[in-house]
Design a protein around this ligand. Structure first.
Ligand code: R5P
Length: 290
């Protein structure tokens, strides 16, 4: 029983004042439950509605990629500048100190490596995502792949069911196989199918006509950076993407393979959240690099 000494009666009921209806800053998420919204708010900045995810899950299919040989040396110093970390549970547990209080978008499926064709992707146990306090679970969807389309759609649907049960949003990751088209028609289809099957975030690639992909997807779309580009071009890519409707980036190689990864992630952040032009952002990059 609480101590009643000095108890003060409730007096300020705001009678006659309209209750504030809460609008939510993440696209398509207004009807979700509190846990989902809390996790999405950790990923997407409530001020801008956008995010800079730092992706370093590449090793799960590529092994020790350039820039990711030593996560402790290359990635840990960048964590403070990221809004969200995207990685596997193996790297999270072994190499990411649990002291940064950053949301984790956990790579939650596994399958073949780059040595073979995509095959039989499987899901991790949702309990493990809960154990590491994941804020989202990333699962691939491979549209148009005869063998894998149904398997990956089923994975995504299963993970979305589990995500709704435990309040963890799913990020649908649109695959780009060797034989697949990489145009707006393909990415719009793949992104929309992810959202229709329960994804609360979609990761795809920037391309000509990106505004149609973002506009026809009812949840936020973030773009992967793709292969390493000169810094100025990578910043242009970010600028065009957010101007065409992306809710931010999920960027890996263009950050950790940069000549100055810490300067680069800060420049990307300035484009995504503060609207810097590519020119201004590149100047910032050059300054920070010094
Ligand atoms: C690749 O295995 C992952 O899904 C990456 O997280 C994704 O492609 C983003 O990284 P990058 O910007 O290097 O393409």
């Amino acid at each position: 029983m609480a101590d009643m000494d000095g108890f003060r009666e409730a007096v300020n009921f705001g009678i006659g004042e309209k209750s504030e209806t809460q609008d939510f800053h993440v696209k398509g998420a207004s009807s979700l439950g509190w846990g989902m919204k809390d996790r999405l708010s950790r990923i997407f900045n409530p001020r801008t509605g956008r995010t800079v995810m730092l992706a370093f899950d590449h090793g799960f299919i590529m092994g020790p990629t350039s820039g990711l040989e030593r996560i402790d040396l290359s990635i840990v110093p960048l964590i403070e500048y990221a809004d969200c970390l995207m990685c596997t549970r193996g790297i999270l547990r072994t190499s990411v100190p649990p002291v940064f209080n950053k949301p984790i978008c956990l790579r939650s499926d596994a399958g073949s490596t780059i040595l073979t064709e995509l095959n039989r992707n499987v899901l991790i146990d949702v309990e493990d995502a809960i154990r590491v306090n994941a804020s989202a679970m990333a699962v691939m969807f491979s549209a148009g792949d005869g063998e894998q389309e149904a398997v990956t759609a089923s994975n995504l649907t299963k993970m979305a069911d589990l995500g709704y049960r435990y309040g963890i949003p799913v990020m649908g990751v649109t695959a780009v196989g060797k034989q697949m088209a990489r145009d707006a028609r393909y990415f719009a289809l793949a992104s929309r199918v992810c959202a229709e099957n329960g994804a609360s975030i979609v990761k795809t690639y920037y391309c000509e006509g990106f505004e149609k992909i973002a506009s026809s997807c009812p949840v936020p779309v973030v773009i992967a950076g793709g292969k390493k580009l000169p810094e100025k071009e990578a910043l242009e890519l970010c600028y065009k993407a957010v101007n065409d409707g992306a809710a931010g980036v999920d960027m890996g190689r263009n950050v950790f393979q940069s000549d100055s990864p810490a300067a680069m992630i800060q420049a990307v952040h300035a484009v995504v959240h503060d609207g810097l032009t590519p020119y201004q952002a590149f100047e910032l990059y050059e300054d920070l690099k010094k």
